[in-house]
Design a binder for this molecule. Structure first.
Ligand code: NAG
Ligand code: NAG
Ligand code: NAG
Ligand code: NAG
Ligand code: NAG
Ligand code: CU
Length: 361
């Protein structure tokens, strides 16, 4: 009798404990595809939805930062918290095994902040660059047409724009702008940090000097259709989707060789200007949409074979995967500065995890 009672007490106890931990960790488990928020391509949003997203970004500019301005002079508002965080980790989250997981989480934190602090209701939009990779002029793209429901168009043509060259002295054909963005919602949009020389992005490098200095200047672009055509076209999308391993996928998306662009680099250089600065590129609003497409490519590749691909990783935690750098594992801890607690890579691998719960069209 007594033992029976004891067992009942124990099961009641277990019940209470699990109820409490359920409340404390409501994010545990996974959500169904039906519950998931759908992330759509920019063209799939109507003008009103596009403007809601644009307004939400403007709202971030009006919200106070979490990082203190005395310590981070370039951080003037909530958007800048994201920029400073990206600067801080640049040399550990690019051209290596962390590109995909780190940026997946960064995008989600961005979306969460838009919803919680700026009343944004939709899913994050993405930019399917393959739809624009055949255009002679990107002003034909709804993302860049310069209208009030675009993310603004080109930068002013700057005849003095310097070509971008790699460490082997090979230079990319210059883009069509180079100066300040002069149309659409982000005309004369002031950004606060950078630019930094890409030579500062090196394995084990310290942060650039004055990494968080205040240097107000306009958002610049230099749209480059031929570059986009060669790095972000549908053939390459198909090649990524038919990759057998994450290593093959990354070889197209973002080779760790610093002299090849991949589709990740192609999107950055195809937009040009601010987007080419490895440290501060999230200052261009199109950054989130470009990385949305990257995350979509990864998600779709993972979904083709969940058993073998959900937790597939390759590469290191140091930019350009130098020999001897620590390999990324599911237990690697990634940090997000003031934006979130540190996370294990394992937590970031599944978009249908409760803490994410999104899918792509
Ligand atoms: C942007 O700057 C240019 C040059 O200073 C100026 O002519 C134009 O009116 C500005 N546009 C807006 C919307 O402030
Ligand atoms: C970046 O630094 C490299 C090496 O110090 C230098 O050769 C190059 O001119 C710099 N580029 C810019 C745009 O300042
Ligand atoms: C896509 O880009 C690759 C690599 O630059 C190129 O070989 C291929 O011909 C391109 N495909 C199309 C359809 O433009
Ligand atoms: C990871 O990538 C390296 C270098 O590309 C390759 O040699 C290795 O086989 C890959 N490992 C896995 C598990 O794919
Ligand atoms: C920058 O990274 C360091 C080391 O990981 C961390 O302690 C610091 O909080 C980070 N700061 C920001 C602004 O992300
Ligand atoms: Cu990045």
């Amino acid at each position: 009798m007594g033992r029976f009672l004891l067992r009942q007490v124990i099961s009641l106890y277990v019940l209470i404990i699990s109820a409490i931990s359920c409340l404390a960790f409501p994010a545990a488990g996974s959500c169904s595809p039906e519950e998931a928020v759908t992330r759509k391509e920019w063209r799939e949003l109507d003008n009103l939805q596009r403007r809601e997203y644009i307004d939400a970004i403007r709202c971030l500019r009006k919200r106070p930062s979490v990082l203190p301005n005395e310590e981070f002079p370039g951080v003037r508002d909530r958007l800048d918290d994201f920029i400073a965080t990206h600067i801080n980790y640049t040399n550990t989250i690019h051209n290596n095994g962390l590109l995909l997981p780190w940026h997946r989480h960064f995008l989600t934190l961005w979306g969460k902040t838009l919803r919680q602090e700026c009343g944004y209701k939709g899913g994050l939009p993405y930019w399917n660059w393959a739809l624009d990779a055949g255009l002679l002029s990107l002003s034909q793209s709804p993302v860049f047409d310069g209208s009030g429901s675009s993310l603004s168009g080109n930068g002013l043509y700057d005849p003095a724009e310097r070509p971008i060259c790699n460490t082997e002295g090979e230079c990319l054909p210059r883009g069509t702008g180079g100066g300040c963005v002069y149309s659409g919602p982000f005309e004369n949009f002031t950004v606060h940090m950078g630019p930094f020389n890409s030579s500062l992005a090196q394995p084990y490098s310290p942060l650039p000097p004055n990494a968080f200095a205040y240097n107000p200047h306009c958002l610049t672009r230099s749209l480059n259709p031929p570059l986009l055509a060669s790095m972000n076209n549908q053939t390459l999308v198909d090649q990524m989707q038919s990759a057998e391993t994450i290593t093959e996928f990354l070889a197209v998306m973002e080779p760790s060789d610093e002299n090849s662009l991949g589709s990740h680099g192609g999107g950055h250089h195809g937009v040009g200007g601010t987007m080419v600065d490895l440290f501060t590129s999230p200052q261009d609003p199109v950054f989130i949409l470009h990385h949305g497409m990257i995350d979509r490519m990864w998600t779709q590749w993972q979904n083709q074979d969940v058993v073998n691909r959900r937790y597939a990783l390759n590469g290191t935690t140091v930019i350009y995967d130098p020999p001897g750098a620590p390999p990324v594992t599911l237990d690697t801890v990634v940090e997000f500065g003031p934006l979130d607690i540190p996370r294990k890579v394992r937590e970031i691998m599944d978009p249908l995890d409760r803490k994410y719960c999104y899918r792509y069209t």
